[in-house]
Design a protein. Structure first.
Length: 572
């Protein structure tokens, strides 16, 4: 075998390994980066949309309150077609104090006209409200920004105009956590001047209107997201929503592109370094294999070629032919190593799911925040609306909690498989931890009608363990016991201190586990056949890895119809 032939074989092997890897890696990167990029941009638009919904809800509520107040004057202070002015003034003073109103002007045609506040006499001079408009803001050049809400009562011709401080809606536009360290949201009027405070200093929006491209697009009645400069200017991701409810203003959400797309930069660096290392290894192995290629390669090499075709078809686990001359056997082992590395590359591709799961935490946190805001504002609604919305909000929170639990499980799985999982050992009181988890699960058990007992030694147990991971293992086992134990059953948590270890036991009176499933109960993604809920099948696998990382062991004993007993030990 001369040098030319050996070189050709080397380059052939390099091509067989590197070209598919480069193509798949490039496609994988562009696909993943495109998904991450689109989701990042879309999330900024979602923030702007949520801010608009909150603003419109606030203005609608203020208008509804104004109408309710007019009705209260009619029902409380009007008799025989005449309004008692003293009564109306007293109600108006109370209403303005309760709702932090600066000025108010009320008209009941032919009956009474009331106004209260230092500038209440100017409320009748504002321009007329247009269709869909809920509020009218004062000029951007005013020393104190205010806005007017106008409402018509149910009594013929009755009208109320109210002036509020801009601070009533300023709190809506605080920068949300999902927009990062450089994010902000703000409100501008129909000319492009700031109505709420801007986070960064600039002349635009103060001395002259904001002339950034996204602002021009938004003030032209468009809702969208785009990449462009902002009012400073600074390259940012824009999410903007036109707000006809304030007479033509805009809600803008920003985050600097440098911060928003940082995960893409990190992903690109990791892929480049991995590809470079893989290329060096592939080239080295290719020349090593070619240098030792034997003349006798007919039949054994044919078998090896068949194995390569099987690998190209996706079969990476079939045994490699090791017969024939020594050189062929070495080539077979080399190819086996390459197949193993290719399999690891595919597993890295699968781990991309974990990256996406991590990015899901942002929209989940946003949904959770919206649920909390909805729940907080329920007190302002009527009883009928509250009874209608409360179950839906509770259902939303339960599903969000379940989705967040699944995302955390996938992230824990990724840390375990990548070797980045580390224990944070520190001394803590085990008895206090048991009391904490008992207090957490006791209401849940009671709600389902389950008797929850603990059997813990009375003397204090102090151990140097990872408190958070230990609590996670116990929570997982108790959560499963709660899930499978019927009403009227019993769950027991037992802790026993032995010579060099602590033994934990979670015992339930559920249906038990079939023998054929006991051996696989701690496997990754394994779920019992009777499970009907939305489960990832990762809980017991992660619990097993946490216990093993401590140097302990975990096992289960169960019989069908006799309940289950999950044990695990942690060294003192």
């Amino acid at each position: 075998m001369n040098w030319s032939f050996r070189t050709r074989i080397s380059f052939l092997l390099i091509a067989l390994v590197l070209i598919p890897s480069i193509v798949l890696g490039t496609l994988g990167y562009w696909t993943s980066s495109d998904v991450i990029r689109k989701e990042t941009i879309r999330s900024v638009g979602m923030v702007a949309n949520n801010k608009k919904e909150l603003l419109v809800f606030r203005l609608h509520r203020q208008k509804e309150r104004a109408v309710e107040f007019l009705d209260s004057i009619v029902s409380t202070c009007m008799q025989a077609g005449t309004v008692n002015q003293l009564c109306a003034q007293r109600l108006l003073a109370s209403f303005m104090e309760t709702d932090s109103i600066l000025d108010a002007d009320i008209i009941f045609p032919g009956v009474i006209s009331l106004h209260r506040g230092p500038h209440a006499d100017t409320l009748r001079n504002h321009p007329p409200f247009i269709s869909q408009q809920l509020a009218q803001f004062s000029s951007h050049s005013a020393n104190k920004l205010t806005y007017i809400v106008e409402a018509k009562g149910h009594t013929q011709g009755s009208l109320i105009s109210l002036r509020y401080n801009i601070q009533k809606i300023e709190e809506i536009f605080t920068a949300p956590l999902e927009l990062g360290a450089t994010g902000e949201t703000f409100l501008v009027d129909a000319q492009g001047f700031f109505l709420t405070k801007s986070r960064f200093p600039s002349h635009q929006g103060h001395s002259h209107p904001i002339d950034a491209r996204p602002m021009i697009a938004c003030l032209s009645h468009h809702d969208s997201e785009m990449l462009a400069g902002d009012y400073r200017p600074e390259p940012v991701i824009h999410g903007f929503r036109f707000v006809p409810e304030i007479g033509g203003g805009c809600i803008m959400a920003h985050i600097q592109q440098k911060e928003a797309f940082l995960p893409l930069k990190n992903l690109r660096s990791k892929i480049f370094l991995s590809a470079l290392a893989f290329a060096i290894l592939a080239v080295s192995l290719s020349f090593w294999i070619a240098d030792r290629f034997a003349a006798q390669f007919t039949r054994p090499l044919t078998k090896l070629v068949e194995r390569m075709k099987a690998a190209q078809a996706g079969d990476l686990d079939s045994p490699v032919f090791m017969g024939g001359p020594k050189e062929i056997a070495l080539l077979g082992r080399g190819f086996s190593d390459l197949a193993s590395q290719l399999k690891q590359s595919i597993e890295l591709r699968d781990d991309f799911v974990a990256i996406v799961s991590h990015d899901l935490k942002n929209p989940l946190a946003l949904l959770s925040l919206n649920a909390s805001l909805m729940e907080k504002n329920l007190g302002q609604l009527g009883d009928e609306a509250k009874l209608s919305l409360m179950p839906k909000i509770e259902s939303m929170r339960r599903h969000l909690a379940r989705m967040n639990e699944m995302v955390c499980s996938v992230l824990d799985l990724t840390a375990i498989r990548s070797g980045n999982f580390k224990l944070l050992r520190e001394p803590f009181n085990v008895n206090a931890l048991i009391a904490e988890i008992m207090d957490t699960f006791r209401p849940l058990m009671a709600e389902k009608g389950i008797v929850f007992k603990d059997e813990v030694t009375t003397h204090e147990i102090v151990a140097s363990l990872d408190r958070g991971r230990t609590l996670q293992v116990l929570s997982n086992l108790l959560g499963n016991a709660l899930k499978f134990t019927p009403s009227g059953g019993e769950v027991t948590l037992q802790v026993v201190e032995k010579e060099k270890e602590i033994q934990f036991l979670v015992r339930d009176s559920g249906p038990g586990i079939p023998p054929e499933e006991l051996e696989r109960i701690f496997e990754r993604f394994h779920r019992l056949k009777r499970e009907r809920d939305f489960s990832s099948g990762l809980g017991l696998y992660i619990a097993k890895e946490f216990v093993r990382a401590h140097g302990g062991k975990i096992w289960v004993e169960s019989e069908v119809g006799m309940g289950s007993r999950f044990y695990f030990t942690l060294p003192l």
